[in-house]
Design a protein around this ligand. Structure first.
Ligand code: PDD
Length: 289
């Protein structure tokens, strides 16, 4: 694999950064994961908008324009001849002496890592996956705002470790007050009596690009969407359907929460209908270009 590192495309073995990089020392950086369908980056403008928002919220000076970043992403894909992939762009505070002051790092480090990817196994979509509500709480927005897509991921990793011990595919984190927030790398939705429900963004979650597309799709199909109220984990237990959303998952059905069967234990009709609609409306156009 060839990697983009500070303006150059280099072989993976040569894509090395200093131990003094503040991304390594402090997890001081931001990133985006984007999906590539048929050689084209999915909803690139939405991802770049969020990337720039993350940069602003962490006072990271992005040394590139949106157009330059787009160019670098495509250059990396082309260097690897990738058509079905995901691609991660990451910017850290950069090389600097030990110390927290960002002024110690005159230049950010920019890395782009691509990987061939054809989607998660079809079996997951047929059978659904299991999730576990974990004890680790999602970062409070006044501590480290989950709106920032930060490389500092220990909060999510601790949640993931807990869910792995419970043999679950994904962890669901609650807010400090015990309301359902999100997964470690995805947003969560459920369906109850024909209404699509998802936690509000102000509760402290990442504003997922996929989440937003699913809400728009549901509304365009006259499905009632509720995203103003927060809810406890019991609402998930009593849901008719449940699913996760992310750039790599698209819409992933959930059939068990904390070992409890959701609905009849199979992916629900609304979930399947939304996944089909998502692929037809948003993904298929990339194969016609
Ligand atoms: N994860 N919540 C969290 C904490 C995430 O890390 C992600 C994305 C999402 C979903 O956002 P989107 O729909 O824009 O992908 C929600 C990516 C896929 C990752 O970590 O690689």
């Amino acid at each position: 694999m060839k990697i983009y590192l500070n303006g150059k495309i280099v072989p993976q073995e040569k894509a090395l950064i200093s131990v003094f990089d503040h991304g390594f020392l402090y997890g001081d950086g931001i990133y985006e994961t984007l999906r590539v369908y048929n050689g084209q980056i999915f909803k690139i403008k939405d991802h770049l908008k969020r990337f720039f928002q993350s940069a602003r919220m962490t006072s990271l000076n992005l040394p590139m324009t949106e157009a330059e970043i787009e160019n670098a992403l495509y250059k990396t894909l082309q260097a690897n001849k990738l058509k079905e992939a995901y691609i991660r762009i990451q910017i850290t505070r950069g090389y600097g002496e030990i110390g927290l002051d960002p002024a110690l790092c005159p230049k950010p480090t920019i890395v782009i890592i691509p990987k061939e990817f054809h989607g998660h196994p079809e079996e997951f979509y047929q059978k659904g996956v299991s999730v576990a509500v974990v004890n680790i709480r999602r970062n409070h927005p006044l501590a480290l705002n989950p709106k920032i897509k930060a490389t500092n991921f220990l909060n999510n990793i601790l949640a993931k470790i807990e869910s792995l011990k419970k043999n679950a595919y994904e962890a669901i984190m609650l807010t400090i007050d015990g309301y359902v927030a999100e997964g470690t790398i995805c947003n969560i939705f459920f369906v109850r009596q024909g209404v699509l429900i998802t936690p509000p963004t102000n509760i402290g979650i990442l504003e997922g690009v996929t989440r937003d597309l699913v809400i728009r799709l549901a509304k365009s199909k006259y499905l009632r969407v509720m995203m103003e109220n927060s809810f406890k984990k019991e609402a998930l237990y009593n849901a008719d359907e449940c699913f996760l959303t992310s750039t790599t998952m698209e819409i992933m059905p959930v059939t068990r929460v904390d070992g409890k069967k959701i609905g009849n234990g199979k992916p629900g009709a609304t979930t399947k209908w939304l996944l089909k609609g998502f692929r037809e409306k948003y993904v298929a156009p990339y194969y016609k270009k």
